[in-house]
Ligand binder design. Sequence first.
Ligand SMILES: *Cc1c(COP(=O)(O)O)cnc(C)c1O
Length: 239
Amino acid sequence: MTDRKTEIAANLAKVEERITAACNAAGRTRDEVTLIVVTKTYPASDVRILSELGVRHVAENRDQDAAPKAAACADLPLNWHFVGQLQTNKVRSVVSYANFVQSVDRARLVTALSREAVRAGREVGCLIQVALDAGVSGRGERGGVAPEGIEELADLVAGAPGLRLDGLMTVAPLTGEYAGREQAAFERLMDLSTDLRRAHPAATMVSAGMSVDLEQAVAAGATHVRVGTAVLGVRPRLG
Ligand SMILES: *Cc1c(COP(=O)(O)O)cnc(C)c1O
């Protein structure tokens, strides 16, 4: 193995151990949690290594970086998740490679995603991004819709051609009542997921937890964790 592959394999094994331990502690089975490796800022060669090591889900947050990377890795059996704030003028590009968009947070974006998915003949899995620190605007600083806005958006996605409503996503807030209380934040997301599934039983995905707080996410019931630095290393630049 190359040095880089050895390094990534070792990191991946540690993350696997953490997820397994967290599942055991929560009385959950390992297959209830899917690992998504966040590859932003890292090259396509790392994505290829991850695929060789058995990773099947990767995530990106900027279309400019993600589009060429996904094209370079089009031969690999990967699911691509888009997890960043998404401008409507990037939607056509994102829909060309993303199997999932986890950052759906406004009606205009749903309309654009639906139009482009239909045009491309693709089905895009959508997660509503929830901002647990949303201010009076009803929107989070890093994207996301306030809990009160979930139902309306969910109904919109569920009725939109080319889109599939898959669940909810959140990022642990740095401000507001949940700052520093990751597990409480993720438990709140689980409650919101329970509400959502009354009307949309198939929307079972709960995406929460990153390198520093994946244990809290698994304890709260997350079905998907999004891990970057713990697998690939500290990012060379902010992303
Ligand atoms: C970067 C990012 C992650 C991964 O964060 P790490 O701290 O590197 O594990 C997860 N989710 C989103 C939305 C991100 O932008």
